[in-house]
Design a protein around this ligand. Structure first.
Ligand code: SAH
Length: 219
């Protein structure tokens, strides 16, 4: 019994020593791998230079032109949405941001009336927004930030159709996902606030079988 016990602990000790040795050689192994990677990279570079393999395809970065155009996403509808819709709005905002970062013609982006559940979603689930550049998160309404005469609320319910964007104007997009539950919501809000409204020329450009109401990031 004693013999068996001592042989078992001998095995365990052997295992422990082996593990220790492995741990101690970690730095050496890391350096060896680094050297190996470096050699591989150099060999690949040489092969490209000799025309043996094609060069790696680089994703072209767009030559971005930042226009003076200001686009507001109005987030004042927080309490009118279900939790799922709040999640959808938040991911549409993320898409707006990344599309604007990679487009050739960027706009100045503002998320106004930011707060409540959308802010909570950003703080807890998205988080990467703390590193976002070129977008203003504002807890205030667009009315407090911009001149009323410059504002144009984009809504599918407007009678005026715009064909061109005016760089002196501030275009507002309603930050809401409602599956058309709230008809005329943004139109009525803009009228109440005495703000101009306009719809995009969807009928001229896209064939849509249902209503011509787009998602935030598509606008
Ligand atoms: N029931 C909402 C619809 C939300 S769609 C409403 O009352 O508008 C999200 C936003 O996209 C809208 O608030 C609007 O600003 C914009 N939008 C969608 N389709 C549009 C269109 N055809 N023309 C202009 N703006 C549009």
């Amino acid at each position: 019994m004693n013999l068996q016990q001592s042989s078992l602990s001998k095995n365990a000790l052997k295992k422990l020593l082996k593990q220790q040795k492995w741990e101690e050689s970690r730095q050496e192994r890391k350096a060896a791998q680094k050297e190996k990677d470096k050699k591989k990279k150099l060999e690949k570079k040489k092969a490209v230079e000799l025309g043996l393999i094609p060069p790696p395809i680089k994703k072209p970065k767009p030559n971005q032109i930042t226009s003076n155009l200001r686009v507001v996403i109005d987030l004042s509808f927080d309490s009118m949405m279900t939790d799922t819709e709040i999640t959808s709005v938040s991911s549409q905002l993320t898409r707006c941001y990344s599309a604007n970062r990679s487009t050739s013609h960027a706009v100045n982006l503002f998320f106004t009336s930011y707060g409540q559940r959308i802010q909570n979603r950003f703080d807890t689930k998205i988080q990467s927004h703390i590193n976002w550049k070129d977008v203003v998160f504002d807890t205030k309404s667009y009315l407090e930030r911009f001149d009323k005469d410059d504002l144009v609320y984009l809504t599918a319910d407007a009678t005026d159709v715009i064909d061109e964007l005016d760089e002196n104007k501030v275009y507002i997009i309603g930050g809401i996902v409602d599956k058309n539950r709230h008809k005329n919501l943004c139109y009525d809000k803009a009228k109440k606030e005495n703000i101009a409204t306009a719809q995009l020329p969807i009928e001229k450009c896209i064939k849509m079988t249902t209503r011509k109401v787009l998602a935030i990031n598509h606008v």
